[in-house]
Write a protein that binds this ligand. Structure first.
Ligand SMILES: NC(=O)c1ccc[n+]([C@@H]2O[C@H](COP(=O)([O-])OP(=O)(O)OC[C@H]3O[C@@H](n4cnc5c(N)ncnc54)[C@H](OP(=O)(O)O)[C@@H]3O)[C@@H](O)[C@H]2O)c1
Length: 239
């Protein structure tokens, strides 16, 4: 696939040590793309076998700017599951810093893994899912994602925002479903990574917010058909 489509040469991945991020790195490596990783934990990142590691924090704008310099594209999968008491939420300010750093470095392509429940999609969530967010006091994370999604859309970048549903660690068995309409259920982390990477060489995905769900979630599709990326799905080689 790498030879048939114009993938960027060097991609910055923020969040590479996380559940989605490790799959992003693995797939880019399979495609022969040079990976530069921005991480707080260089030792964990070293285990990924990536070419370039930048130790830093997305909450520090200067770290984002220096990490993005010289990259042709960026994929952001950062996030946190606990609300910090003493600093801003990474899903808001961290993502905004990263997007600003990417724009300042002159890197145009920016893929953001956000979440279903951000922005207007909050109102689409079933009652029990909203209840879960309230019970876990996790709504501020979605509020932060709403803010960073809006910020990214307003920048002069070739952005794509992905809204996965509930993330699982199931292996991806078939093509994930994408829509600009509504869908829900589950999304495997590998499926999110697969879509994020294919977006890099899919101009049709620019300036779009795409819901991503597992292939067996077709029954949840509402309003709007399926969206196809320019780069077709293919099974990943093992390993
Ligand atoms: N859980 C769900 O059901 C669900 C559903 C939809 C969307 N999402 C979203 O999907 C995204 C990926 O989820 P995931 O499960 O892969 O997350 P994860 O495993 O928790 O990974 C999060 C990554 O963010 C990085 N990170 C956190 N704070 C950082 C900081 N200050 N500076 C630099 N990097 C930082 C961590 O890297 P280091 O610690 O190495 O620095 C880690 O690699 C998240 O945005 C999440 O909110 C989740």
């Amino acid at each position: 696939m790498g030879e048939d489509f114009a993938f960027p040469n060097r991609v910055l991945i923020a969040g590479a040590t996380g559940g989605v991020g490790v799959h992003v790195v693995r797939r880019l490596q399979q495609l022969g793309v040079t990976c530069r990783v921005l991480t707080r934990d260089a030792n964990r990142a070293a285990a990924l076998g990536v070419a370039e590691i930048v130790q830093g924090d997305v909450l520090r704008p200067e770290d984002c700017r220096s990490a993005a310099a010289g990259c042709d594209a960026a994929i952001c999968t950062v996030g946190e599951y606990r609300i910090p008491k003493d600093r801003p939420i990474v899903d808001g300010d961290g993502v905004i810093n990263l997007a600003d750093g990417v724009a300042a470095a002159g890197t145009r392509r920016f893929i953001l893994v956000s979440s279903l429940g951000s922005g207007e999609s909050w109102s689409w969530l079933p009652f029990f899912v909203k209840g879960y967010f309230h019970a876990m006091r996790a709504r501020p994370i979605l509020t932060a994602k709403t803010r960073s999604d809006a910020h990214v859309r307003a920048l002069d970048l070739d952005w794509t925002i992905l809204w996965p549903a509930y993330l699982t660690n199931r292996p991806m068995r078939s093509a994930p479903l994408l829509t600009e309409g509504r869908a829900g259920g589950t999304t495997s982390r590998q499926a999110v990574a697969d879509v994020a990477v294919r977006c890099l060489a899919s101009p049709s995905a620019i300036a779009r917010t795409l819901v991503v769900v597992d292939h067996f979630m077709r029954v949840t599709l509402r309003r709007g058909g399926l969206f196809e990326l320019d780069v077709p799905w293919e099974a990943w080689p093992p390993g």
